[in-house]
Design a protein around this ligand. Structure first.
Ligand SMILES: C[S@@+](CC[C@H](N)C(=O)[O-])C[C@H]1O[C@@H](n2cnc3c(N)ncnc32)[C@H](O)[C@@H]1O
Length: 235
């Protein structure tokens, strides 16, 4: 086990929404429509994930993407800091008989040690915003090291692409647009917690971080002013 310096951030703690809370985990698949089985299946095809490939899913949550990658024939390393999420994901994988193709690991962007060979694809969705910018950069450097040269890195997250001077109206408009009533999805309170306690970054900062980590950005898709996806290649 690696011993880190006293200044190293402990990313095994929950920041903002508590994904160790079993009620959160059980409600998650209903709340998070961006990573449904159907969308995950499309992403697997878009990234060209196929039999024999190796894939890391960092911040795998309830395992929807990891399961679809395993169904496509990949060997998947599904990593999360939440044991409640990992337990739930493992049960979902068992239901569709792909648990032998998925290695579940309790770890984070800053703590997971990938001891196997570098992988073909790394995916991380809606998880990196749990780290502040400095630690995002460290996470990018660590993930670049886990990827084969030429391997694909896919990032989806909350990313701000509006002009910073507009932050007050943009955040207000966003929450109004996407928040759901309690019991039907992420609420206005959930989004407020996200903005106040988690770390969404501006796209122009992320682009520089990705290139400084050794990735070539193939696609930067600013889906809305608050969400983006990046498809990158390692060096
Ligand atoms: C919003 S969920 C996203 C889950 C899944 N990737 C998806 O798209 O549905 C965020 C996940 O990231 C995990 N997480 C939080 N901090 C993390 C960290 N430092 N390293 C890895 N995962 C982390 C949480 O436990 C949670 O399962």
């Amino acid at each position: 086990m690696t011993t880190h310096s006293a200044w190293y951030y402990n990313d095994m703690q929950q920041v903002g929404t508590d994904f160790e809370d079993v009620a959160q985990v059980e409600a998650y698949d209903r709340n998070q429509t961006s990573s449904s089985a159907e969308k995950s299946q499309k992403l697997v095809a878009q990234l060209g994930i196929s039999a024999g490939q190796t894939v890391i899913d960092l911040g795998c949550g309830t395992g929807t993407f990891a399961i679809q990658a395993a169904i496509a024939g990949a060997h998947v390393y599904a990593i999360d800091v939440s044991l409640a999420m990992l337990t739930f994901a493992q049960q979902k994988a068992q239901l569709v008989n792909v648990e032998s193709s998925i290695e579940f690991h309790h770890g984070g962007f800053l703590t997971y040690e990938h001891t196997a060979a570098p992988v073909d694809v790394i995916v991380t969705q809606s998880a990196l915003h749990h780290l502040s910018d400095f630690w995002k950069m460290v996470a990018f450097l660590r993930m670049a090291n886990m990827l084969k040269p030429g391997g694909i890195f896919y990032l989806w997250d909350t990313v701000f692409s509006f002009h910073p001077t507009e932050y007050q109206t943009r955040i207000g408009d966003w929450i109004q647009r996407v928040a759901k009533p309690p019991g039907e999805g992420w609420t206005a309170q959930d989004f407020a917690t996200h903005v106040r306690e988690e770390y969404t970054t501006f796209g122009w900062i992320l682009e520089r971080m990705l290139t400084d980590a050794g990735f070539t950005i193939k696609t930067a898709n600013y889906v809305t002013p608050e969400y983006a996806e990046y498809i990158c290649r390692r060096g």
